[in-house]
Design a protein around this ligand. Structure first.
Ligand SMILES: *[C@@H]1O[C@H](CO)[C@@H](O)[C@H](O)[C@H]1NC(C)=O
Ligand SMILES: *[C@@H]1O[C@H](CO)[C@@H](O)[C@H](O)[C@H]1NC(C)=O
Length: 373
């Protein structure tokens, strides 16, 4: 979750700044002190921000809320540094952005690529709080003379309230809470609390992509700062918190929290996630097919143990990937693409999909892939 996610964040920035002439780019909405949300702030104090692309036809009462990813910060100095860039600030965000141009098919307006959500309202929530949209610390922290805000929970609440005011979210019939990487960690960790925040009589499900991290000493304790300094427990699962007194950060880990999930959750996850190789493995493991395979077997068993239960589902692939773009196109054994599998599950059909292939499996990413480790 360290370096590769930071790089992923920067890559996204390049995409954002280079989009200009989309047919109907999404508009940016600021959710901060100037727009009625006194406490909703990014790390640097700038307002929270989301992009909204309106749905059409029967999609106008349906909402996909996607959470941007990009690592996290876990010390005063790393949060201070992060506040200077786009993962800690909305101050350089463009007023409009063509969400489809990211290449993430969850924003596709094509019914063949995105059968369930192609005509829904699409919301992209910018990740600028540094701690999985969790923080709820009243006073800013002063680091090197600057105030740093930990207000992810406030951004969350402002988002729901603003969607209600502007886009009739209170009458929503369907809500998919999605996200990738850190955005998917947020989805696993907070989905039950988010479902309660939604006032509408809507069907609410979770679609976390690439957020099923394992509970390992090399990684989990790094998240302690989110719980203590950011005061980021408010949206975590109460039962999980009771079961992990003193190590509440475990409730931010997919393989731990998935046991507690009540809201229907469809996990989209690689068994050989490239970011997990970066933050959950020693060098010697990354370069050993046997070790990677053991990791994948462990992940598979945890995921199946927790998400095979009804009402959950999953698409568990063997494409070396992190998040999903057009060029990473894993297919189920029977040729089904992830968003088609998701639509099938959503409609009450088959709930488990996958590619139980051995490592390495270049063909698991589809024909276009050039991914190597
Ligand atoms: C639902 O929509 C109606 C008509 O637009 C509106 O009057 C009402 O306030 C909405 N309900 C909520 C809970 O937002
Ligand atoms: C499997 O995962 C669990 C929990 O994430 C971890 O504690 C355990 O060490 C892992 N086992 C192996 C063999 O990797």
């Amino acid at each position: 979750m360290g370096l590769s996610s930071a790089v992923f964040g920067l890559g996204l920035f390049a995409l954002i700044t280079s989009t200009a002439e989309g047919d109907q780019p999404a508009n940016a909405y600021r959710i901060g002190p100037e727009t009625g949300y006194a406490k909703a702030r990014c790390l640097d104090g700038s307002p929270g921000l989301y992009y909204f692309s309106p749905g059409s036809g029967s999609g106008t009462s349906k909402f996909q809320i996607f959470h941007e990813g990009g690592g996290f910060c876990n010390s005063d100095s790393s949060c201070f540094d992060r506040a200077k860039g786009r993962l800690g600030s909305s101050s350089s965000d463009p007023k409009t952005w063509d969400l489809e141009k990211q290449g993430n098919l969850k924003f596709s307006r094509s019914s063949s690529e995105n059968p369930l959500m192609h005509d829904w309202n699409h919301i992209f929530l910018r990740y600028c709080d540094g701690g999985y949209f969790s923080g709820d610390r009243e006073e800013p922290k002063v680091v090197e003379g600057s105030s740093i805000y930990f207000r992810g929970k406030q951004i969350t609440e402002a988002l729901f309230s603003d969607l209600g005011r502007k886009f009739n979210f209170g009458n929503a019939t369907d809500v998919v809470i999605s996200g990738c990487s850190a955005g998917a960690i947020r989805v696993y960790a907070h989905i039950d609390a988010l479902a309660q925040l939604i006032q509408a009589e809507a069907k609410v499900v979770a679609l976390p992509d690439s957020g099923f991290y394992m509970d390992l000493d090399i990684f989990t304790p790094l998240k302690r700062y989110v719980v203590t300094e950011m005061e980021g427990q408010g949206l975590l699962n109460p039962q999980c918190l009771r079961d992990h007194v003193g190590s509440e950060e475990k409730c931010l880990i997919g393989s731990v929290i998935s046991l507690y999930l009540k809201t229907p959750t469809f996990a989209f996850q690689s068994r050989f996630d490239s970011d997990q190789q970066g933050c959950e493995m020693e060098e010697s493991c990354k370069s050993s097919a046997t070790c990677l395979q053991a990791y994948a077997a462990n992940l598979t068993s945890f995921l199946q143990k927790t998400l095979s239960r009804s009402p959950h589902g999953y698409f568990l692939d063997s494409c070396v990937r992190h998040c999903s773009y057009e060029d990473l196109a894993p297919r189920d054994q029977s040729g089904i693409a992830p968003l088609h599998a998701f639509a099938t599950w959503y409609g009450g059909g088959q709930s488990h999909f996958g590619q139980p292939a051995k490592y390495p499996c270049p063909e698991c990413c589809g024909t276009e892939s050039t991914i190597t480790v």
